[in-house]
Ligand binder design. Sequence first.
Ligand SMILES: [Zn+2]
Length: 56
Amino acid sequence: MKKATNVAQVKPNEKEVACDGGGGAMGHPMIYLPFGKKSQVDCYYCGKRFEKVLSK
Ligand SMILES: [Zn+2]
């Protein structure tokens, strides 16, 4: 299991994010991760975390 060390920041008005693992050998099929009511979501393929940024 890989640790979720990668964190991507997204705009607070985003409803979902797309992740493909960065492509290449470490990549995975493009998937969409809906935030729902949460302010963060983890990709279940690569463990990358997407966090909404409330400032800016
Ligand atoms: Zn991913």
